[in-house]
Ligand binder design. Structure first.
Ligand SMILES: Cc1cc2nc3c(=O)[nH]c(=O)nc-3n(C[C@H](O)[C@H](O)[C@H](O)COP(=O)(O)OP(=O)(O)OC[C@H]3O[C@@H](n4cnc5c(N)ncnc54)[C@H](O)[C@@H]3O)c2cc1C
Length: 276
């Protein structure tokens, strides 16, 4: 059965009402860069499709405490902003221009590994998601969104409406490692966000992508770094701890063996960027 109905709601209220009426069979799409190839190949055959592209979720706002980004903001738009350099870099790391012009930041949270190169930066920034359905609105930390391989904590009828990035942001570094420099799937991607008091690390957030079932925070490496300073030795120790926390896998891009060896290397390179 091919797609019979296509819905293009003009507001979030209209979108969530359609979700409530349509039930789980209504297929949600944003930029379509993940969804359309599956539909075109006949792997996914949704009868009814709803696009969020005109639902009014494409915006970027800043106050003194938070940056709010609508879920259908594209990665190309994120490259245009200068307030959060790590998000600019992360957006540039996803696919090529043709993909980034369509792909949304909300959609990246659903990308199976090795996808998630933008999500991993949001994770290191301690982002929160605002979720909406007809029953109301709730906020969850992004870290609680991912629950397993291609699994998340979205409730029936819910969409992600916006993403909050709390301010201030610490000193950040981002490094994606793939087979090529540009337009390449990830072997391992690392995002770090460290807060310093002089030389002492007050708080550390280190997130990894493409080396587990979903983007995750390397908690033991983070805990180890707090109260330490950033030295050659502390970086090496943190990199080894992060590698222990990962669950590298084999795909067409790299073997589990290669990924496991590259994790400490890339964590180290990322943290070294933060030494003053
Ligand atoms: C050639 C190519 C290269 C790529 N390279 C990379 C890469 O290097 N790194 C990377 O991370 N990814 C990559 N991707 C994957 C993908 O393009 C991105 O992850 C993109 O951000 C997905 O966003 P989208 O809006 O297109 O998702 P869509 O295809 O529109 O949506 C995917 C799924 O997400 C859900 N969804 C999307 N938005 C919402 C929302 N607001 N609320 C609820 N559910 C929602 C829906 O269930 C939907 O089915 C690549 C894809 C292609 C085709």
């Amino acid at each position: 059965m091919s797609t019979q109905s296509y819905y293009l709601p003009k507001s979030v209220d209209e979108a969530i009402t359609l979700m409530a009426e349509g039930g789980p069979d209504l297929f949600v799409m944003a930029g379509g860069t993940l969804a359309m190839p599956l539909i075109n190949e006949g792997i996914s055959k949704p009868e009814r499709v709803m696009s969020l592209k005109r639902a009014g979720l494409n915006y970027y706002k800043q106050t003194s405490e938070v940056i709010t980004i609508g879920a259908t903001t594209t990665l190309t738009q994120m490259i245009a902003q200068d307030e959060i350099p790590m998000l600019k870099e992360a957006a540039k790391a996803v696919g090529g221009w043709a993909v980034r012009n369509m792909a949304t930041i909300g959609g990246n949270l659903f990308a199976p590994p090795p996808g998630g190169d933008f999500a991993v930066a949001l994770l290191a920034l301690d982002a929160e998601l605002v979720l909406r359905n007809v029953k109301g609105e709730r906020s969850i930390p992004l870290i609680d969104f991912f629950t397993g391989f291609m699994l998340n904590s979205l409730q029936p009828g819910e969409i992600i409406s916006e993403i909050h990035v709390p301010l201030p942001i610490g000193r950040t570094a981002y490094q994606k490692f793939g087979r090529r420099h540009e337009n390449t799937p990830s072997i391992v991607t690392v995002a770090a966000n460290l807060f310093f008091d002089g030389q002492r690390i007050k708080d550390a957030k280190i997130a990894l992508n493409a080396v587990g079932p979903f983007p995750f925070r390397a908690r033991r490496a983070e805990e180890y770094l707090v109260e330490n300073s950033l030295t050659k030795q502390s970086i090496e120790n943190a990199a080894d701890l992060a590698a222990e926390e990962a669950e590298p896998f084999t795909d067409a891009i790299a073997s589990e063996w290669y990924r496991s060896r590259m994790i400490p290397v890339i964590v180290k390179r990322t943290l070294e960027k933060l030494i003053i």
